[in-house]
Design a protein around this ligand. Structure first.
Ligand code: NDP
Length: 245
């Protein structure tokens, strides 16, 4: 894809076209970033996000690739950092495919692990290499409460999301001296396509007694991308209404 020459700070949001990622893309554009919005295949939703940002006077571009395809992700990242600095990476793309482990197929295990966890290697490695050379950058990884508490039926998803937390903490230690801050956010139940079938009784069990809004996650990303979080790295910030403490 042709990269657009921009003077603004640049942010890449994987899975930035729908749900939580859309709210993050919109918030970062409102904060003044040029947002590179990644998605996998749903172009209509991505274009809707692009329009929302452009109509609000923000700057963005669409950049589809499959984060679970190592070659595609590596080509995309090489292209994204080739001429201009990348200041912020938000690793948000994710899927779930819930099943009790005894019934889980190999495909369910592999797809969830490759999209949610292996993408850390494909996407974060080239981005952090670039940022460490620039001695500046922020990385925010969207994990999940599931990776902290465990959830029956989500052995694959919880394993991936817990893996991300370990990866974030280790990379934060590796990159701090080079000026790159790496943090994770663990959302609880957030109202998106991914949670449309969550039973109401589960939401009643949340101390704040409601489902969260994607914008409530985006606000924390904005904080972790901004000047007020300059002494925060290797942290895991729950945005979960108190469902896990
Ligand atoms: P949605 O299903 O609403 O959106 C998923 C986004 O990820 C879309 O932009 C989708 O693109 C993209 N995506 C999926 N697979 C790939 C892929 N292989 N390559 C590139 N992009 C991909 O999800 P949510 O907004 O609900 O979730 C966003 C993140 O937050 C995920 O990591 C999820 O695990 C995490 N999370 C969500 C919670 C919730 O309650 N909603 C709770 C805790 C964590 P496309 O439209 O093209 O498919």
């Amino acid at each position: 894809m042709e990269s657009v020459a921009v003077s603004k700070k640049r942010a890449l949001v994987t899975g930035g076209s729908r749900g939580i990622g859309r709210a993050i893309s919109r918030r970062l554009a409102a904060d003044g970033f040029h947002v590179i919005i990644n998605y996998r295949s749903n172009r209509a939703e991505a274009e809707a996000t692009e329009k929302l940002i452009l109509d609000a006077g923000g700057h963005c571009e669409l950049y589809p690739f499959d984060v679970s395809d190592r070659a595609a992700a590596s080509d995309a990242l090489a292209d994204i950092v080739k001429d201009q600095p990348l200041d912020l990476l938000v690793l948000c793309a994710g899927i779930r495919s819930d099943e009790l482990l005894v019934f889980m197929s190999e495909a369910q295990w592999d797809s969830v692990l490759s999209t949610n966890l292996a993408s850390f290697f494909s996407v974060v490695k080239p981005a952090v290499t670039h940022m460490m050379l620039n001695r500046s950058g922020r990385i925010v990884v969207i994990s999940s409460t599931s990776g902290e508490s465990g959830v029956a039926g989500q052995v694959n998803y919880a394993a991936a999301k817990a893996g991300l937390i370990g990866a974030v903490k280790s990379l934060a230690r590796e990159s701090a001296k080079r000026g790159v801050l790496v943090n994770a956010i663990t959302p609880g139940f957030i109202e998106t396509d991914m949670t449309e079938n969550v039973p109401p009784e589960l939401i009643k069990g949340v101390p704040l007694a409601r489902i969260g809004k994607p914008e409530e996650v985006a606000g924390v990303v904005s904080f972790l991308a901004g000047p007020d979080s300059s002494y925060i790295t290797g942290q895991v910030i729950g945005v979960n209404g108190g469902v896990y403490m």
